[in-house]
Design a protein around this ligand. Structure first.
Ligand code: MN3
Length: 265
């Protein structure tokens, strides 16, 4: 008899944004506190995996703590923006995700499933789950870590091979971030079919996700992510953000995504 689907599997099958992060969620769970030492040793240490483990408790989604103090990314990203972004915006996605799931349960108990209510709640789940997972990964991929020029990193080899140079990759990613219309994210995904890194953007935080691909580097370009310090100068925010990318963590996620999809070095 097949194992019953876990909550993660169920959501991963129905919510594209969560599906994109599901490799990381699977890794976080499989290599968590209960894993055998050999299994844990096989997976690189990762801030993001630790945060993803904190992002759910039982059947409720939970706001993980920032892995550094709100002023840690100064002067590039200011403490007030970090505090509002994490404590208010991310917290609201978590609360609204739990609310939408409860709302759907209630809807199923009713005499009929009202299509408009269903459509609204389904969108709420996709939107808020995307927000919850993307922000959780975003916090973990910033901070003080290895510089990109560390040639020992697997991500360095992959990016220079696929994009020609660090500069070419950053220019491409920055242009995608700058080109997002309205609110959204620039995202670099690991795509396991071709063992390749792809850059795309999202509408809000729940569209244009590549199924099976795993986000390894992402940048929030919603105005709430930068407006206090940079106002309308999104390009300045993007330029500053490169200074706080934790390449050691991006490398860890790249290795986790490859390991989880059966690739060897
Ligand atoms: Mn945001």
């Amino acid at each position: 008899m097949p194992e019953p689907l876990s909550r993660r599997d169920l959501i991963a099958r129905t919510v594209p944004a969560l599906a994109a992060g599901s490799t990381l969620l699977a890794a976080a769970q499989a290599y968590g506190a209960d894993a055998a030492p050999a299994e844990k040793a096989a997976m690189p240490k990762s801030v993001v995996l630790d945060l993803l483990r904190q992002a759910v408790e039982g059947d409720k989604y939970v706001l993980p703590k920032l892995p550094y103090s709100p002023d840690a990314l100064e002067p590039h990203i200011d403490a007030q923006t970090m505090t509002l972004h994490h404590d208010k915006h991310h917290a609201a996605y978590v609360a609204n995700l739990n609310k939408a799931i409860a709302g759907l349960a209630k809807l199923r108990e009713g005499e009929e499933i009202v299509p408009a209510t269903l459509a609204g709640l389904t969108r709420d789940i996709s939107f808020n789950a995307g927000g919850h997972i993307f922000h959780t990964i975003f916090w973990g991929t910033m901070g003080v870590g290895s510089p990109f020029s560390d040639r020992m990193l697997a991500i360095y080899a992959a990016i220079t091979k696929q994009y020609g140079s660090e500069k070419a990759f950053q220019a491409h990613f920055s242009a995608v971030a700058l080109g997002v219309k309205g609110s959204g994210w620039a995202v670099a995904f690991y795509e396991p079919l071709a063992d390749r890194i792809l850059i795309t953007d999202t509408g809000d935080q729940d569209n244009r996700i590549i199924p099976t691909a795993t986000p390894i580097l992402l940048l929030d370009v919603w105005e709430h992510a930068y407006y206090l310090k940079y106002q309308n100068k999104r390009a300045d925010y993007i330029k500053a953000w490169w200074n706080v990318v934790n390449w050691g963590e991006v490398d860890a996620l790249y290795n986790v995504a490859r390991t989880m999809s059966g690739k060897t070095a």
